[in-house]
Design a protein around this ligand. Structure first.
Ligand code: NAP
Length: 297
């Protein structure tokens, strides 16, 4: 039975990773922050046989090391600012070293952050900084890169789909292939990678679907049966200018980072290539049109 230590198990992705690990009969110990107000999630995890370990990424590495003793792999699905992604995950890696855990899957789960330059995406800068902190460790670090969560693509903060107005807005020419994977499929791939010791030490790139923005729009229309009027907002340079405009005077990266993710996709710079889907044939990912059929709007 593979023994997995999971941070971020109460989160959107982390909870699906935990449940999937249990389906694969792995032993799961989940690091859960005390009094985080997510009692129902914690109860659901415990009901599925997940062992709850109270603590945070800020705990002394010795304490975290004791909690993860005997694990074959540590998975991090945490979300947060620089202190969580860089310092918190570096602490998690130190704990893994102390405990003799051979592998870590950090909380990357994104477009290809290794192809981006500093400043292209503030949140992905943090993830590359975490990798700088990991370097030289004897713990093998394996990123899972999945492109955009299909589930998130229609969320208002991405400014793409407006169901009320009946519009689909895109930047660029709409012809650049982009990578999409649902949260559930990302969890499934992450579990497959966690249970595959040969994946150690290099990024694994997977995508549930590869579509241009125009194809994504068509798949959404097809799946939902809703018409969405196509609106081109500008070319890729216009998008870069809009990001710069919002960045000046922003009080929080949240005011412009969604557009930075879009830029990474529609510029083609953070495209996942080549894909490693064939390595994990047991995962049969959901296509965007299939996913859209299940959307309740
Ligand atoms: N590719 C995409 O389109 C896409 C979209 C969204 C997210 N993501 C990525 O997916 C990953 C998970 O995101 P998510 O949306 O699932 O996050 P989420 O729902 O916000 O969950 C974050 C998790 O991290 C935990 N956490 C935060 N700080 C912690 C700390 N200091 N110590 C221990 N645990 C801590 C939270 O615990 P509490 O319950 O205590 O708060 C929670 O379990 C991230 O890497 C994120 O960037 C990718």
């Amino acid at each position: 039975m593979t023994d997995v230590f999971l941070a971020g198990a109460t989160g959107n992705l982390g909870s699906q990773i935990a449940m999937r690990l249990r389906r694969e009969r792995a032993r799961v110990r989940a690091l859960v922050r005390p009094a985080n107000g997510r009692d129902e999630k914690v109860r659901a995890l415990a009901e599925q046989g997940v062992e709850i370990v109270e603590g945070t990424l800020d705990d002394p590495a010795e304490r975290l090391a004791r909690a993860m003793a005997g694990a074959a792999v540590v998975i991090s699905a945490v979300q947060g600012a620089e202190n969580v992604i860089v310092q918190g995950q570096a602490n998690l890696l130190r704990a893994a070293e102390k405990a003799g855990v051979p592998r870590l899957i950090p909380s990357d789960f994104a477009i290809d952050l290794f192809r981006l330059d500093p400043g292209d995406n503030v949140f992905l800068d943090h993830r590359r900084a975490a990798h700088d902190a990991f370097s030289g460790s004897r713990v093998a670090v394996t990123s899972v890169l999945n492109g955009a969560f299909t589930d998130v693509m229609t969320a208002p903060f991405l400014e793409i789909v407006d169901w009320d107005a009946g519009t689909f807005s895109y930047w660029g020419d709409g012809e650049q292939p982009c990578d999409f994977t649902t949260v559930a499929d990302t969890a499934a791939y992450t579990v497959a990678v966690a249970l595959d010791p040969d994946s150690a030490g290099r990024p694994v790139r997977v995508a549930g679907d590869v579509l241009t923005m125009k194809e994504f729009h068509a798949a959404l229309e097809h799946g939902t049966g809703r018409r969405l009027h196509l609106k081109q907002r500008g070319d890729v340079e216009d998008l870069a200018a809009e990001i710069d405009r919002r960045r000046v005077g922003a009080t929080h990266p949240g005011e412009y980072v969604a557009l930075q993710y879009t830029w990474g996709m529609v510029s083609g710079k953070a495209r996942l290539d080549p894909l490693d889907n064939d390595r994990y044939p047991a995962v049969r990912p959901t296509r965007v049109a299939e996913f859209a059929r299940l959307l309740t709007i």
